[in-house]
Design a protein around this ligand. Structure first.
Ligand code: RB5
Length: 145
């Protein structure tokens, strides 16, 4: 199950992503927002990130204007590794190296065609499982504990 969420700026691109997820047969839950009315991205980042951190969802997709604010907010939830990516190289690398469990994108940065390719890369690339990457991820989890 994929958690997906956006603010008002990301609402339109989120609809295109959900249509694509439907076509590809991915199951997802939309944690809001539900219109283009102005709203606060941390509210929706938090809801989707909690779903991923708790195991209700395996991965998450977040969309705001830049992909930055909503990604920063998601990373405040323990266990979340959210990468803001607008290219396929970064999306692949963050799965291979960081085992990122959420991706954030900016609807004011990227068009829908490339956004869908980036998301496909994110969803289909496995974690490498290499020891050095596991060690670094474990160090991330230990910061500020
Ligand atoms: C909303 O105007 C915008 O600030 C938000 O979508 C996002 O880009 C914040 O990082």
């Amino acid at each position: 199950m994929i958690a997906i969420a956006s603010d008002h700026a990301g609402y339109g691109l989120k609809q295109e992503i959900m249509n694509w997820l439907d076509q590809k047969g991915y199951e997802y839950h939309d944690y809001g927002c539900y219109s283009t009315e102005s709203c606060d991205y941390p509210d929706f980042a938090h809801a989707a990130a909690k779903a991923v951190a708790s195991g209700v969802c395996d991965k998450g997709i977040l969309i705001c204007g830049t992909g930055i604010g909503i990604g920063i907010a998601a990373n405040k939830v323990k266990g979340i590794r959210c990468a803001t990516c607008h290219d396929c190289f970064s999306a692949e690398a963050t799965r291979l190296h960081n085992d990122a469990n959420m991706i954030a994108m900016g609807a004011r940065v990227i068009g829908p065609g490339l956004a869908l390719k980036v998301i496909e890369t994110f969803l289909t690339t496995p974690f490498s499982g290499e020891e050095r990457h596991i060690r670094r991820i474990n160090k991330i989890e230990q910061i500020d504990q």
